[in-house]
Design a protein around this ligand. Structure first.
Ligand SMILES: NC(=O)c1ccc[n+]([C@@H]2O[C@H](COP(=O)([O-])OP(=O)(O)OC[C@H]3O[C@@H](n4cnc5c(N)ncnc54)[C@H](OP(=O)(O)O)[C@@H]3O)[C@@H](O)[C@H]2O)c1
Length: 232
């Protein structure tokens, strides 16, 4: 039985990933910061709800303790929780804006990874999936043919670039764990007021693929639903 823990899974890509992985036989522990919405989503999908706010050390530690006591280990950790931050003109951005976005998209992943590594390392085939974005790709944001090159969002893009780098660094630091970053692609969710052209099914294809790979599939990669993305 594969035990999978997903952060920010009460809605959007996290929730659909939970639904699909349950359908594929995973035991999913559904992480969400809002107790009511988290419990409702877990009940609807057949998951177990664990509260987690990735910006709060105590909340992250409590989630790891909870799972240690109930499931005993984690096979697949999906660091999915993420925010865009304020849609402000670049000239008006503040350090508080930056801290807010990075606290979820980057520091949150560091908090969760550090707290969950002992649980992950109890798995026979440990996997961490970091939900990054093509918006954080230097290649995509410099390719005039790609939609990513047309958008100016300094905090979101740089936080996702940092997350992809964090992923490749962790992959080198922890060779016993398969750690990859994923670009779901521009998908209709609350994150973008449902402006994305992809369906939620398309948006979760690459996450589900990484969560169901065989041992030895490779670490330190950045992938989307078409395959591997060039890192430079
Ligand atoms: N949709 C896209 O086009 C797209 C493209 C590339 C990458 N992504 C990435 O995919 C991931 C999921 O995004 P989505 O589109 O599914 O967005 P979404 O529908 O807005 O869902 C985001 C999830 O993250 C949770 N979250 C936010 N802050 C949190 C915190 N401090 N602690 C715990 N959970 C928190 C939200 O919880 P609440 O409901 O409580 O706010 C929600 O469950 C994000 O990392 C995003 O950057 C999305």
């Amino acid at each position: 039985m594969t035990i999978t823990f997903i952060t920010g899974a009460n809605k959007g890509l996290g929730r659909e990933t939970a639904r699909r992985l349950i359908e594929l036989g995973h035991t999913v522990v559904l992480g969400a910061r809002d107790p009511e919405r988290g419990a409702e989503a877990a009940a609807a999908l057949g998951a177990r709800f664990v509260p987690i706010d990735v910006t709060d050390d105590a909340s992250v530690a409590a989630a790891a303790k909870n799972i240690a006591e109930h499931e005993g280990h984690v096979d697949v950790l999906v660091n999915n929780a993420g925010i865009t931050g304020p849609h402000r003109d670049a000239v008006d951005l503040t350090s508080a804006d930056a801290l807010g976005v990075y606290d979820v998209n980057v520091f949150g992943v560091i908090r969760v990874t550090t707290a969950f590594l002992p649980l992950i390392r109890r798995s026979q085939d440990p996997v961490i999936i970091n939900v990054s974005s093509g918006m954080g790709s230097l290649v995509f944001t410099h390719d005039p043919e790609r939609a990513e090159s047309k958008i100016i969002a300094p905090l979101y893009t740089s936080s996702k670039a940092a997350l992809t780098m964090l992923t490749t660094q962790y992959a080198k630091a922890f060779p016993d764990v398969r750690i990859n970053a994923v670009d779901p692609g521009y998908t209709a969710t609350d994150l973008n007021d449902h402006s994305g052209p992809q369906t939620i099914g398309e948006g979760t294809d690459a996450i589900v693929a990484l969560a169901t790979e065989r041992p030895g599939a490779g670490t330190g990669r950045f992938v989307d639903r078409s395959g591997e993305i060039a890192l430079r």
